[in-house]
Design a binder for this molecule. Structure first.
Ligand code: CU
Length: 454
C-alpha cells in the first residue's frame, strides 16, 4: 500500500513540477515556434505514457496485493493485448518522430529572399562576414589565413573586395528579415547555438553547413558554442543583436571591408620612435619594463597585441575600472596617441627594441604550475610564445610580476569584464580556475621556465 501511494505521489509531483518548473524555454525570438510545438508534443506523449504506466503500476499493486486465499494464474501469452500494445506504441513513436521530420525539412529549405551572412568559428571565438553591396560572398581559402588575413580572403576575387569583415564576437541582424547563416570552421568542430532563436548546428571543418531563421524581436541574445568534444568551447561566447533596419544599417556602415583592411598601413617605426619618448619614462628606453612604476616589459611583445591593448586603453575598454589604478595610469597615456596610425607607429617602433628576457622576481613551485599551464597552452602556446590566431599574447620572458597582477585583475573582473571587450572575457573564465594566490604564483613561476620564444 505504501509503495502504491508513493508511486501516485511521484506521478502527481512530476506533473505539477512540469507545469510549475522554473526551468522552461526562454521566450522565443524567431519564427521557429514549430520547434516549441514539437517539444510540447514530445512532453505530451512521454507525459501520457509516464502517467499511464505508473498509474497502472499503482493500480496493480493494490488490486493484486497478496491475499492468503488467492493464487496467481500463469498466462504467458495474450495475442489480443499484444496487438493493442504494438499498435499504441507505434502511434506514440510516430507522434514523437514525424513532426521532427516536418520541421527539419523547413529548417533546411531556405527562403529565396534570405540574406546571407557567414559565421566563422575558431578556437575560441566567433567572427562574421557580410557579402557587401554586391550581395556575394567572395572566395576564401584556409591556406590564405594569416595574421593580416584572418578570414582567408582570396585577394584575386573581385566579389570579396566589398565583403564586410567583423572581427569580434558581435553579430548584428535586422528585425523581421529572413537570414541564412553559413557556418565555417577554421580548425575543429564547433557548434553555433542561440537558444532564443531555437537554432543550433555544428560547424564542420571542410564543409559549410547552414541554417536560417527570421528574428522576430529586437534585443541582444547569447551565441554559445555547444560543442562538447575538445577543450575550452565554453569560453567561445558571442552575441547577436537584433536591430531595426536603420540602426542595423548605421552599424554596418561603420564596419570595415576587405578592401579597407588591404589598405591599412603597417606602422612606421621612425615616426613611432618620437612617440615612444614619453612611454620610455615608465616602460624604459629599451622597453624592458620598470617594476617600481608597475610598467611591464613591452619589447618582444607582438604588434597585433600591443595595438589591440592600446586601442582598448584609449576607448576605455581597459583601464577604466576604479579598482584598476595602474590600468588607469596607462589609459591616460594613450591620449598622446591621437589616432590609429600613431598606435601602429609606436607599436612598430617597440617591435625594433632588443628582446632580452625580463628578470625573474618570483620563487615558487614551478612543477605545480606546469599542470595548470597545460590548459593555458591551448591559447598561449606550449612555450608561452603567444598565438595570434587565438588573440592570446606572449607570456614567456615577459615581466612575471605583471602577469601576476593581470591574472588577479582578470580574476577580480577589473580587466576583461567591459562589455565591448572582445577577447578579455575568455581570460575572465580561465582565471576562475585559479583558486588561490599560491596557484597564481606557481603558474607564473612555471611560465618563467619556458624557453625564449622565436
Ligand atoms: Cu567551439
Amino acid at each position: 500500500m505504501a509503495i502504491a501511494i508513493a508511486v501516485v505521489i511521484l506521478i502527481i509531483g512530476s506533473v505539477l513540477f512540469h507545469f510549475w518548473s522554473p526551468w522552461w524555454l526562454t521566450p522565443i525570438a524567431s519564427n521557429w515556434g514549430m520547434i516549441d510545438d514539437t517539444i510540447n508534443l514530445t512532453f505530451a506523449v512521454t507525459g501520457f505514457v509516464f502517467v499511464a504506466v505508473n498509474g497502472f503500476l499503482a493500480y496493480v499493486i493494490i488490486r493484486y496485493r497478496h491475499r492468503d486465499d488467492k493464487r496467481a494464474t500463469y498466462e504467458p501469452e495474450n495475442k489480443k493485448l499484444e496487438w493493442w500494445l504494438i499498435g499504441l506504441t507505434t502511434v506514440g513513436v510516430a507522434a514523437l518522430l514525424a513532426p521532427g521530420l516536418v520541421v527539419w525539412a523547413k529548417l533546411v529549405d531556405v527562403p529565396e529572399d534570405a540574406a546571407q551572412v557567414e559565421v566563422v568559428g575558431q578556437q575560441w571565438h566567433w567572427s562574421f562576414r557580410y557579402p557587401g553591396a554586391d550581395g556575394v560572398l567572395g572566395k576564401v581559402n584556409s591556406r590564405l589565413v594569416n595574421e593580416d588575413n584572418p578570414f582567408g580572403m582570396n585577394p584575386d576575387d573581385p566579389a570579396g573586395r566589398d565583403d564586410i569583415l567583423v572581427r569580434g564576437n558581435e553579430l548584428r541582424l535586422p528585425l523581421d528579415e529572413p537570414v541564412k547563416l553559413l557556418l565555417r570552421s577554421k580548425d575543429v568542430l564547433h557548434n553555433f547555438a542561440v537558444a532564443q532563436f531555437r537554432v543550433k548546428m555544428d560547424l564542420v571543418p571542410g564543409m559549410v553547413p547552414y541554417l536560417w531563421f527570421t528574428p522576430t524581436r529586437t534585443g541582444k541574445f547569447d551565441i554559445l558554442c555547444e560543442e562538447l568534444c575538445g577543450l575550452g568551447h565554453f569560453a567561445m561566447r558571442g552575441h547577436v543583436v537584433i536591430d531595426e533596419r536603420d540602426d542595423y544599417e548605421a552599424w554596418l556602415s561603420k564596419q570595415v571591408t576587405f578592401a579597407d583592411t588591404l589598405k591599412q598601413t603597417k606602422g612606421d617605426a621612425v615616426a613611432g620612435k618620437i612617440l615612444y619618448g614619453t612611454c620610455a619614462s615608465c616602460h624604459g628606453q629599451g622597453g624592458q619594463g620598470n617594476v617600481a612604476l608597475n610598467a611591464p616589459k613591452l619589447s618582444g611583445q607582438s604588434g597585433w597585441y600591443m595595438t589591440g591593448q592600446l586601442k582598448n586603453f584609449k576607448s576605455g575598454v581597459r583601464g577604466a575600472d576604479e579598482n584598476d589604478p595602474y590600468g588607469q595610469q596607462m589609459a591616460q597615456m594613450t591620449a598622446l596617441l591621437y589616432d590609429d596610425k600613431a598606435i601602429s607607429d609606436v607599436a612598430a617602433y617597440i617591435r625594433t627594441l632588443p628582446d632580452t628576457p625580463a628578470p625573474t622576481t618570483l620563487e615558487s613551485a614551478a612543477a605545480k604550475g606546469a599542470q595548470i599551464y597545460s590548459t593555458c597552452a591551448a591559447c598561449h602556446g606550449s612555450n608561452g610564445q603567444g598565438i595570434s590566431a587565438m588573440n592570446a599574447p606572449r607570456l614567456a620572458g615577459m615581466s612575471d610580476w605583471y602577469l601576476v597582477t593581470q591574472l588577479n585583475n582578470f580574476k577580480a573582473g577589473v580587466r576583461g569584464s567591459h562589455e565591448q571587450d572582445k577577447y578579455g572575457p575568455q581570460m575572465l573564465l580561465m582565471t576562475s580556475m585559479l583558486k588561490n594566490e599560491q596557484m597564481v604564483t606557481d603558474l607564473v613561476a612555471y611560465i618563467n621556465t619556458l624557453g625564449k620564444p622565436e
